[in-house]
Design a protein around this ligand. Structure first.
Ligand code: TXA
Ligand code: MG
Length: 308
C-alpha cells in the first residue's frame, strides 16, 4: 500500500534530499547518514544546534555491526529490545562512513532499529543508514501524526503511516561495565529493562531529572502548568484519570482508565490540539511518576521550564 511512497522516498534519499517517515515512537526527518550535505540540511531544517547529535536508524543488527563496535551489554540489550524504542550509544569502527557531523565530531553515535513496517522496509532498500531526529522544529513537541507537522516541515516529502503506536521517543542508553546509563528517558521503561536484566546497575543521568539545567524542550507554543489541582480561567486542560478538574476552554483526557500506555500514545497529539485552542495556557493534571509516567513527566517538566 505504501510501496509507491517508499520508492519515491528512496529515490529522494539517494539524491541527498530529506524524507519524513513514521516510526513506532514518533515521526523522524531522515537523511543519508553518510552524506555531509544531507546531514547539514537536517540541522538547518530543524533549526537544531550542531552540538545536539542525531540518531541513526538501521534495518538490522548486521548493518549496525558493519559500522560500530558492540560490547557484551550492547548485544544483550539489542537482542531483547531491537527492533524497538531503544537507542544505544555506540562507538564507530574504522570502516564506518557515517559523517562526523551526525555526532558533533565524536566517535559515539546513537543507533536504533525502529519497530515499524514502513521504516524497516525503507531502511532495507537503502545502502546507507538514515540519520533521523524527531520531525519537529528544535525545542518544539515531537510529532506523532502527519497532521501535527509544522507547516514548513509539511512541505518536505513525507510518508503517512498513521498515528505512532507508542507516541514517546526512544530511550537513549549507554552501556557501562556494570549495566547501563540512561541519557534520555523514553518509550522503553526502566522497569522493562530491570525486568529482563535484574543484574544490571541502572544509572540515570542527573541532568535529565533536573529540568532547570536543560534548555526548554518538547514544548508547545502556549505556556504549560504541571501537577495542577485547579484549572485557571482561560486555561485548557490536559487531564489524566478520573477527577473533578475542568476547563471552560477544552478538556482532553490522556487516559480516563489511568493507562500509561494509552496516555503516552495520546500525549503529543493532545498537547498539539490544546495548543491551537483559544486558551492562554495549558494546565496538566498530575501523572503517576513510574513506568511511562516517568517519561511523560520528564517531557512535561522540560516543556513547562521557563527561560530565564
Ligand atoms: O524515538 C526517537 O528516538 C526518534 C525517532 C525518529 O527515532 N528520534 C529522536 O531523535 O527523538 P532526536 O534527535 O529528536 O533526539 C535524539 C536524542 C537527543 O536527546 C540527543 O541528545 C541524544 O538522542 N543523542 C543522540 N546521539 C547521541 C550521542 N552520540 N551521544 C549522546 N546523546 C545522543
Ligand atoms: Mg527531538
Amino acid at each position: 500500500m505504501h510501496q509507491k511512497r517508499i520508492d519515491e522516498a528512496k529515490k529522494r534519499l539517494f539524491s541527498g534530499e530529506l524524507v519524513i517517515f513514521p516510526t513506532e515512537t514518533v515521526y523522524g526527518i531522515g537523511g543519508n547518514a553518510n552524506n555531509k550535505t544531507a546531514i547539514q540540511l537536517i540541522y538547518q531544517t530543524k533549526k537544531r544546534p550542531f552540538d545536539n547529535p542525531l540518531i541513526c536508524h538501521f534495518a538490522n543488527i548486521e548493518e549496525i555491526k558493519k559500522n560500530f563496535k558492540l560490547k557484551k551489554k550492547d548485544k544483550e540489550l539489542a537482542s531483547v529490545f531491537w527492533p524497538g524504542p531503544l537507542t544505544l550509544i555506540l562507538e564507530k569502527n574504522k570502516y564506518s562512513k557515517i559523517t562526523s557531523l551526525v555526532s558533533n565530531k565524536k566517535n559515539l553515535v546513537g543507533c536504533r532499529i525502529p519497530n515499524n513496517k514502513i521504516a524497516l522496509s525503507l531502511l532495507s532498500e537503502l545502502n546507507f543508514p538514515l540519520a533521523a531526529p524527531s520531525a519537529n522544529i528544535a525545542s518544539k513537541t515531537s510529532v506523532t501524526s502527519v497532521n501535527d507537522l509544522d507547516d514548513n516541515l509539511k512541505k518536505i516529502f513525507h510518508i503517512d503511516g498513521g498515528s505512532s503506536v507508542l507516541g514517546l521517543e526512544s530511550t537513549v542508553i549507554k552501556t557501562t561495565d556494570t549495566g547501563c546509563k540512561i541519557l534520555r528517558l523514553g518509550s522503553l521503561t526502566i522497569e522493562e529493562i530491570k525486568n529482563k536484566f535484574a543484574n544490571y546497575e541502572i544509572e540515570i543521568e542527573n541532568s535529565i531529572l533536573s529540568p532547570g539545567s536543560q534548555l526548554k524542550h518538547y514544548s508547545p507554543k502556549k505556556p504549560i502548568r504541571i501537577n495542577v489541582n485547579i484549572v485557571k480561567k482561560n486555561e485548557a486542560l490536559l487531564n489524566f484519570g478520573k477527577n473533578k478538574l475542568n476547563s471552560s476552554i477544552k478538556n482532553l483526557n490522556l487516559s480516563t482508565e489511568e493507562n500509561l500506555i494509552e496516555a503516552s500514545h495520546n500525549f503529543y497529539n493532545y498537547l498539539n490540539i490544546l495548543d491551537i485552542t483559544e486558551c492562554s495556557g495549558i494546565a496538566v493534571a498530575p501523572i503517576p511518576d513510574h513506568d511511562l509516567g516517568k517519561t511523560i513527566n520528564d517531557r512535561l517538566k522540560r516543556a513547562s521550564h521557563k527561560d530565564e
